[in-house]
Design a protein around this ligand. Sequence first.
Ligand SMILES: [Zn+2]
Length: 318
Amino acid sequence: MQNIPELWDFDHGISAIDTDYVRPRLDASHLVVRGGRAAYVDVGVNHSVPRLLAALAAKNLDPAEVDWVFLTHVHLDHAGGAGELLRHLPNAKVLVHPRGAAHLIEPDKLIAGTKAVYGAETFAGLYGEIVPIPAERIVEAQDDARFRLDGSEFHCIHTPGHALHHYCLVDTESHSVFAGDTFGISYRVFDTAKGAFIFPATTPTHFDPQQAHASLDRITSFEPAAVFLTHYSRVTEVARLAADMHACLNAYVGIARNCAAQGEQRDACMQNLMHAYLVKRVREHGCTLDQATVDLWLHMDVELNAQGLAVWLDRMRT
Ligand SMILES: [Zn+2]
């Protein structure tokens, strides 16, 4: 058993586990414990699994007491380790959006799509061998469905925009929402006296700005006290952050339109403008980190977000 990982404990039996994806505090799994039963929300990748199990042991729970693995969507930084994790959880079911289920049962297409985004070598380092999930362990998350963990209820809402196979979980007990990537990315390294800094994740291949705005509105309609993000964990001030997200989405669309006619330079144009835009916002937020650290944290998302905008622009043209 490896050392017990750094765990962040919140109210209502919710903890964040660092999945050790890319760098510390980039990708979180959340463990929810209610009345001696447990659920994970998003699980990171294969090499996250020992940490997830160690966190469970730290809560004095047995793997047989895990009822649910909630996967907000099937992108591999959220779902890549699910098949491997399930081998250790005899009673858990996986809840996934109907559009994502087939990808977990037969992950070939998901693997090929992810390799297309990251390249084969990076893929192997980040994700390893993806373990398929037996169909009988999968429950499809229909919009508005409700699922129980001991006495508490999770309300499932379909939230396209980041991905068509994305849902969020409204936790009625803690008055919070587990939002996957639909409510954006908020790295704790960018926290300042002004609070959290947030920006949208427009990863390929389903990004759609109208859906993204609507899904933000659907999340805020529940007036949650907090939102739990996979990147990275708990944020409050939900109304302010939602306004920041809407503003950033509009800016991203403006960037895409400004670069659309640039031919071969289009994708580089979007990366440059998005990088400049996010750096400006980070600085206005009061972040005093050195530029290399800011760039380190923004680099991967700027690249993925620009790719997602490119796919969206191409889809608009056809
Ligand atoms: Zn993600």
